[in-house]
Ligand binder design. Sequence first.
Ligand code: F6P
Length: 372
Amino acid sequence: MSNTRQRMGILTGGGDCPGLNAVIRAAVKTASNEYGWEVLGIEDGFEGLIKPHKARLLDIADVRGLLPRGGTMLGSTNRANPFHYEVSTNGAVKVFDVSKTVLHRARDYGIDGLLVIGGDGTLRIAQELMQQGLHVVGVPKTIDNDLYGTEVTVGFDTAVTTAMEALDKLHTTAESHHRVLVTELMGRHAGWIALAAGVAGGADVILMPEIPYHLDVVAEKIQQRNQSGAQFSLVVVAEGSRPRGGEAVYQAERDVGGVSRLGGIGEVVAAQLRRMCQTDVRVTVLGHLQRGGSPTAFDRLLATRFGAMAVHVMAQGTVGHMVALHHGHITTVPLSDAVSRQKQVPLDSDLVRAALGLHICLGNRRQAIVAE
Ligand code: F6P
């Protein structure tokens, strides 16, 4: 950004997560303190550039007290893709490309660079807008941690902590009642939350999208535990998990944007285990609780480092990149790389090996999961 360009736009898109406000705070303070820029907050993701009157100037007073607050002060939506914008009139849905409106409004607002805080969907839109001339810098966020190009995304650590605390609570009641408790966690394409929270929360079984499961292997694990005297089991299931040769479970309704909503795998697994193990099985779906709450110290630090670095990157004129964590350092990667593929849990990772070593069942036999 040159001296003549001095207004930075900022927006949060896609599903919210803890730590978004901490990114906004760091970016506003850095832009103002270090460069003397104005910051324009865009409301509700790209919707705020599609529709009029959805932007406001943010100064340091506006971000006071934001650090521990969950959610996003700017609002967010996962229904405002300018390249595929759905408008519903009298029950009929029409799709429009309103990307030119976004570019024009950004120019009318005097935005010289746009800081886009988002997951893969939002950053893919940012990348396409960049190709049409908008100067964007990305900040990676999603509780799912499935964004390629960064080791960790903002929000993941807090979601894992929330899920782990839930498992700690479920543990005691499972033990008291000699039950199998199935917990469905978020994780559309990847099992990062399920694996991390499952290991940290002492789960006996962890099912995730990366390893299509065999229910007989899971039932065997539960029966072994019963026979060894541990008459309860904690089963963690990522929402995007599926049986070997089978499909993921979706809710009947389809969201605007044509995205099918996952949900219900916990009940499916529970019904089958109830029958196979002849035991009492209950289900907890943690759902959006994982997206709420105050960010952990890790997320506050990551968000602050990402927000500050994103502004420096913009000041250097490096657009079309996303800030990222690599070997503990903040670096940048081209947005095109970041959105090129999904980041799934590598089956040769030390966490997978550790889980198997602890005899946590990952839904399949060890030899089918890792090459020795
Ligand atoms: O991307 C995070 C995520 O929490 C996914 O795991 C989940 O499938 C999705 O968002 C649900 O989003 P929403 O309920 O806001 O449509």
